[in-house]
Structure formats: structure tokens, C-alpha cells
Design a protein around this ligand. Structure first.
Ligand SMILES: *Cc1c(COP(=O)(O)O)cnc(C)c1O
Length: 374
């Protein structure tokens, strides 16, 4: 069997090469590059898909957070509580607007732990920032109770959570604003950088529309300071096409997760993520299949060298608080530290064939049965 890369861009392109090429030709022939109807259509579709009032396509998932923070009035000296198990962008965007990331630990499902938040709240705390990581949602009911009790906003990094549901409500729509990334390897990936920011709040929603286009309103009049962070119309056209298939994409990911779960959940060496059918409150969409595994580094090498299977350690193995150069003095995140000694992500995307999924499963099992023999 050919090498199974962790993510296979060429296969996903070739699968719909004709449709993509038609889109390039169509957009090019219309010369429709910036703020054109494909972007309007995509924003409409996204609003409907998420059941949210405002949605804007922006340059990328990181600028989406920066714009959201600006619109929500979070900046200078404000503290925001977020998990350390997140992409550096969540913390970086906040620091960039003058705020301070206060990192919290993960709970048993590897999501922001509601029990590790309240003791981190100070007079400067402005918001709680759940990250809907790996296509799963945090315990939004408990986070809402804590936020209300302390008068804090909820702001959501849903870069990895498009389409994930918590009690029927879409990730990204719980707080003042929510953000998404369309980075090529994300759930809904475009052909370069792209992102979106959404809100149900009229003031924030209207402001987001100005901020991503130099502070201009629909008539082109500058009404506030802004910046250029527009999603390219060509990317929007691609995303429009992909969003039409997205429901079946989510189902396919859940099916792969179901197979990994059935194969690994009874193995002593592996701690599986929450399975797709085990939590009636959630619809998880498995941006990643992130498990924890004994002898993780040897397993990773074995998969690559002996079995031709690519795997990845998220954030290249470094949660935010472990970037010493950034000066975090917080080192009280024992569950995150423990998880990062064992975490590993197996291939999880719609390019995988049934045969490839079975090969990944057999390879992981082979590693541990070899280990038992020696
Ligand atoms: C990918 C990602 C981002 C940033 O998105 P970009 O589009 O790459 O800027 C932010 N947060 C999380 C959790 C992500 O996974």
C-alpha cells in the first residue's frame, strides 16, 4: 500500500478537479476577486449553516480572532482565560491587541476544564475563551454559568469546530463572537488562507463588517478605523462549493472515528477521545482524531517507518505555556503536561479509503502486539 500521509491535499484536489477548474475559470472570466457575489453567497450559506445572525469571510482564522476581540472591546490589559492546549494563534491574537492570555488546564475530554477557571479570574478578567478543539465543543452550559456569575464574556475559537453541535447549537455561536479557519487542512479548507468571524450581537456583528474592510460601511464611507482582512472572492467560491458537500464530509469523519473507537477503546495502551456515539449532548465532527498512547514516540516512528502511515503531534508537541520564549510563568497545568507526553493524531480526513483506515488500525495494533512480544 502507498504511504498514507497524515493529510492528502492532492487527492482532495483531484477528486473534484473539474469543478474546481470550472470555478477558477468562472471567477476569472468575471474578474470577480474582492467582495463579490461569491463572498456574499458564502456568507449567507454560512449564516444559515450555523444559524447565526452575522458572518463575515476574513483573511484567516487568526485575523478573525483579532477582529472579534476589537469588535467586542477586548484589548489593553484585559485578561482572557483559555486552554493551553490550543494553537498559538488563540493566545497570539489576544496578546497582539494588548491583552493577556491566562492559561487553564484541560479536563478528562481534553477540552478547557470548567473546574480550572474560577481560581484564575481576577479584576482584569474580561472573557472566557473556549477552544472547540478537534471538532468537539466544550461544556458550554458550565462555561456559561461561570461567565454569568462573574460578568464575563464568552468568546469562541471554533477554528477546528465548524459544524460541531452542543445540545443542537453550533460551535462558534455561543458567545460575543466565534471564529473559524479555512486553512487547507481544516474541516472546510480552501486553497490558501481563509477564515470567518460570526456573531449574534447586533453591535459586534455590524462592527465586524466595518473592521475587515478598512472601517468602511456598505456605501464605502469610513465610519471607524479598520484594516484589510477580506476573504478572497475566489476562495469564497471554492468554499461555497465545498460547503454543499460538508454534511456528508462530517458524517464520513464520524464514521472513521467510529472505526478507530471500536478498534482502540479496549486497548490498555491507548486512551481514545470521546467516541461519536457516546455523548448525546454533542455532535463531534473530528477535525482531528487525537488519542493518547503509551510509547507515543516509538509508535509514531513505527507507523511511519514500518507501516507507511503519517501521524502528527498537535502543535508540534508544545502547548502554549511550554513556549518558554513567551515568558509564561504559569506552570500549573498538570493534565496538559501529562497529555502532551502521550498525545498523537492519526490520519482523519475525507481522502481516506476504507482500506487505508483498516491499514492504520492494523498498524497501531501491530505496534503493541510486537511490543508485548519483546
Ligand atoms: C488553525 C487554528 C487557528 C488559526 O487559523 P489560521 O487560519 O491558520 O490563522 C486558530 N485556532 C485554532 C485552534 C486553530 O486550530
Amino acid at each position: 500500500m502507498d504511504f498514507i500521509p497524515f493529510f492528502n491535499y492532492p487527492v482532495l484536489f483531484k477528486e473534484h478537479q473539474k469543478e474546481f477548474t470550472d470555478i477558477f475559470v468562472d471567477v476569472g472570466s468575471r474578474g470577480a476577486y474582492i467582495l463579490q457575489r461569491d463572498l456574499d453567497e458564502f456568507e449567507d450559506s454560512l449564516r444559515q449553516f450555523l444559524n447565526v445572525k452575522y458572518a463575515y469571510g476574513v483573511a484567516d482564522g487568526t485575523s478573525a480572532i483579532i477582529l472579534g476581540l476589537k469588535a467586542a472591546g477586548i484589548g489593553d490589559g484585559d485578561e482572557v482565560i483559555m486552554p493551553s492546549h490550543t494553537y498559538i494563534a488563540t493566545a497570539g491574537a489576544l496578546q497582539f491587541v494588548g491583552g493577556k492570555a491566562v492559561l487553564a488546564d484541560i479536563g478528562p475530554d481534553n477540552m478547557l476544564d470548567p473546574d480550572d477557571i474560577e481560581h484564575r479570574i481576577t479584576s482584569k478578567t474580561k472573557a472566557i475563551n473556549p477552544v472547540q478543539i478537534n471538532g468537539r465543543t466544550c461544556d458550554m452550559d458550565r462555561l456559561r454559568v461561570i461567565a454569568q456569575k462573574h460578568g464575563l464574556q464568552i468568546i469562541e475559537d471554533a477554528a477546528q469546530g465548524l459544524g460541531a453541535l452542543y445540545k443542537g447549537q453550533a460551535a462558534g455561536t455561543f458567545g460575543s463572537f466565534g471564529t473559524f479557519s479555512f486553512y487547507p487542512a481544516k474541516l472546510l479548507g480552501c486553497f490558501g488562507d481563509g477564515g470567518a468571524v460570526v456573531s449574534n450581537d447586533d453591535k459586534i456583528g455590524e462592527m465586524l463588517g466595518f473592521l475587515r474592510d478598512h472601517g468602511r460601511n456598505k456605501e464605502g464611507r469610513v465610519v471607524t478605523w479598520g484594516i484589510n482582512s477580506r476573504l478572497d472572492n475566489l476562495q469564497a467560491a471554492i468554499l461555497n462549493f465545498k460547503l454543499k458537500h460538508y454534511r456528508s464530509d462530517m458524517e464520513r469523519r464520524r464514521e472513521i472515528a467510529r472505526q478507530y473507537d471500536a478498534a482502540f477503546r479496549d486497548m490498555a495502551e491507548i486512551t481514545v477521545p470521546v467516541g461519536p456515539d457516546s455523548d448525546p449532548d454533542r455532535y463531534d465532527v473530528y477535525q482531528n482524531y487525537e488519542m493518547a498512547a503509551d510509547n507515543r514516540d516509538q509508535l509514531k516512528d513505527f507507523l511511519r517507518e514500518e507501516c507507511g502511515v503519517g501521524s502528527i503531534i498537535q502543535w508540534a508537541g508544545t502547548p502554549v505555556h511550554q513556549f518558554n520564549e513567551l515568558g509564561f510563568d504559569q506552570q500549573d497545568l498538570p493534565k496538559t503536561d501529562a497529555f502532551f507526553k502521550r498525545c498523537l493524531m492519526l490520519p482523519m480526513n475525507t481522502s481516506l479509503s476504507e482500506e487505508q483506515v483498516q491499514h492504520v488500525i492494523a498498524s497501531v495494533k501491530r505496534f503493541y502486539s510486537n511490543a508485548a512480544r519483546h
